[in-house]
Design a protein around this ligand. Structure first.
Ligand code: PRT
Ligand code: ZN
Length: 224
């Protein structure tokens, strides 16, 4: 199925959606996102906007279902590592890194945990939503530590006795503090990014992407 309209996936609702939508509008796209539809047509450009869970965006781009996607590098890199481990296709290119969505993926342990270095976690159990990024770091450090996947409430896992430590996203650090945890290692720094799939596009479609890239550069530079 090939479409003449460019398809862009964005997060439906969450930490990236407001800024992504504002950016698209600042690039001149007329779009009505008030209705809760999966697909919205940009009125003044041959572009369709797909609003989905952020976790689905890397796969939609890598599988060629959409042409472009705005997603956190943390989610992107986790999907890439997972696909690589499973021998699945994980191709994309980065159009541009954004100036929003900044956060870090960090290891955190209970305040009373005697942490000196990554090998303090030897034979421990870590709760995380990002097992591949976490295991990549642990392997690099030669630490043998199991991970348990939690898609939410990661920060309560140690207190609940589900894990000894966690690896989770941090921005201000308030959530860790509120849960009696201390950040001990930053393992990945992330921002939102715009990625493109490898599906062959028409000349018109590619030049539309190039034009968008120039406009995005302009919008971001104007803020600096
Ligand atoms: O519904 P959907 O699946 O689309 O959304 P989601 O709930 O999975 O994601 P969402 O909207 O929470 O985050 C989307 C993206 O925003 C993430 O993948 C990151 O790239 C980016 N981002 C930036 C963050 C944060 N900052 C952040 N602080 N994502 C999550 N958090 C959470 C963190 O998990 C922890 O619970 O905020 C809490 C920590 O914040 P502080 O300020 O207390 O440190
Ligand atoms: Zn998500």
């Amino acid at each position: 199925m090939t479409s003449q309209r460019l398809r862009i996936a964005i997060q439906k609702s969450g930490r990236l959606s407001t800024e992504t939508q504002a950016l698209l509008k600042a690039c001149g796209m007329k779009l009505n996102l008030r209705e809760q539809r999966l697909i919205s047509h940009v009125e003044n450009m041959p572009i369709d906007i797909l609003r989905v869970r952020d976790d689905d965006i890397p796969g939609l781009v890598m599988d060629g279902v959409v042409d472009l996607g705005f997603v956190g590098e943390n989610v992107l890199e986790e999907e890439r590592l997972e696909r690589e481990a499973k021998g699945d296709k994980a191709e994309y290119s980065v159009v541009r890194r954004m100036d929003f969505g900044g956060c870090r993926l960090s290891l955190a342990v209970p305040e009373e945990f005697d942490y000196a270095a990554p090998d303090s976690l030897q034979n421990c159990r870590l709760a995380t939503t990002y097992p591949y990024l976490t295991q990549r770091f642990l392997k690099e450090k030669g630490v043998d530590c199991s991970t348990v996947m939690l898609k939410g409430s990661v920060e309560v896992a140690p207190r609940a006795g589900l894990a000894d430590a966690i690896c989770d996203l941090v921005s201000t650090g308030a959530t860790l503090e509120a849960n009696g945890l201390k950040e001990v290692e930053v393992i990945f720094r992330s921002k939102a990014t715009l990625i493109q799939g490898t599906r062959g596009l028409s000349e018109e479609q590619q030049s539309l992407i190039d034009k968008l890239q120039v406009r995005i550069n302009g919008v971001i530079q104007a803020k600096e």
